[in-house]
Design a binder for this molecule. Structure first.
Ligand SMILES: [Zn+2]
Length: 348
């Protein structure tokens, strides 16, 4: 679909080619009778090309994506862009205002797509977003962070059996691509199934901006736009490795106590490796937590305390691709060692 030649509008506001517009899309109303409206920036290039959406904070407390969208709007201009970019820094306005994941009535907006015109509050909101934004696009990128109390390695999630989703995911340039369709009602699944291939970027944690995450996210989105012919960019730096993983698992605590965690996102774990200790209030070790699987850490808890069943470390399982990751990590370590030696010799 190349909509560049045709008229383009959101919420009744027309955007011409070679124009950027800031539009408020009304999706609901507040208890004070005011409008709940989503800020939408539409950047329409002078030249024809695909239409893409980039959304953030569908979970209202996952705000790092808002910073990625801010940087994206700053970098991309309609003079250079081919096609149309719809950038939404905050989708879940009620959740953003209260710094909560949820909509009113504790509903998760990302379980109600494609929505219903006459449905419940979440379905109506989802319907507006789906019909006014998603359905007008050729592809999309949805930006998330880990849920509250967790920290994620920057990685991509999507239905890798869909060749378009796989192409977008590879282009983004993250090291780990998790092959998961997503839950029923999630934006990425429903958009993909309706013919708008959509990938999800997971990185960082709730309630904070990480510059490292923002830069990785911005670069990833620009990489996808470049690969889709929408944006001119220098050859993007290749990730040190790139693996598609099908299976991931949470390693959980068996005991209650104080957690002393010794791994971080991006670490490679082997079955049997110690990932941390659970201590009692006297500081004595209650138990050692060992990895039940081999893979790469894509998420960790940031909570200092455990009870039986607390998710501690999220591991993407590596099988055939293990050797490739090992080789890449060995190379990176050797490079760091050489750099440190150089630094020391300069000091001396
Ligand atoms: Zn999320």
């Amino acid at each position: 679909m190349d909509s560049s030649k045709t008229e383009f509008s959101i919420s009744g506001v027309k955007v011409a080619m070679g124009e950027t517009r800031e539009i408020y899309l009304k999706v609901s109303e507040s208890y004070l009778s005011g409008a709940i409206q989503i800020p939408v920036t539409v950047i329409r290039g002078r030249q024809a090309g695909p239409t893409a959406f980039v959304t953030a904070a569908i979970h209202g407390d996952e705000i790092n994506g808002a910073d990625i969208v801010r940087r994206l709007i700053f970098d991309v201009d309609h003079e250079q862009l081919r096609g149309t970019l719809i950038a939404i820094p905050v989708v879940n306005i009620p959740g953003f205002l209260t710094q909560s994941r949820y909509l009113p009535y504790h509903r998760d907006l990302n379980r109600f797509f494609p929505g219903k015109r006459r449905g419940n509050n979440a379905e109506r909101m989802a319907y507006k977003i789906f019909s006014e934004v998603v359905s007008k696009c050729d592809f999309g990128i949805d930006l998330h962070t880990a849920a509250e109390g967790r920290l994620n390695l920057p990685h991509i999630r999507g239905d890798m059996t869909n060749s378009q989703v796989r192409r977008l995911s590879r282009a983004f340039g993250a090291t780990v691509l998790v092959d998961q369709k997503g839950l029923r009602g999630s934006l990425r699944r429903e958009a993909t199934e309706s013919g708008v291939p959509t990938i999800l970027f997971e990185a960082g944690e709730t309630g904070r901006f990480s510059q490292r995450v923002s830069i990785a996210g911005l670069q990833g989105v620009l990489n996808v736009l470049a690969q889709s012919g929408m944006w001119e960019s220098l050859a993007p730096p290749k990730p040190p490795f790139q693996v598609i993983v099908k299976d991931s698992d949470w390693l959980r605590a068996e005991k209650g106590g104080i957690l002393d965690l010794s791994v971080k996102p991006g670490d490679l774990l082997y079955e049997g490796d110690r990932i941390g200790l659970v201590l009692n209030p006297f500081g004595r070790t209650v138990t050692q937590i060992r990895s039940a699987t081999t893979g790469i850490v894509i998420g960790v808890t940031t909570a200092p305390l455990t009870i039986p069943g607390t998710g501690i470390v999220h591991v993407a399982k590596l099988k055939k691709t293990l050797a490739r990751v090992e080789k890449s990590i060995r190379k990176t370590k050797a490079r760091k060692r050489r750099a440190q030696t150089r630094k020391k010799s300069v000091k001396n």
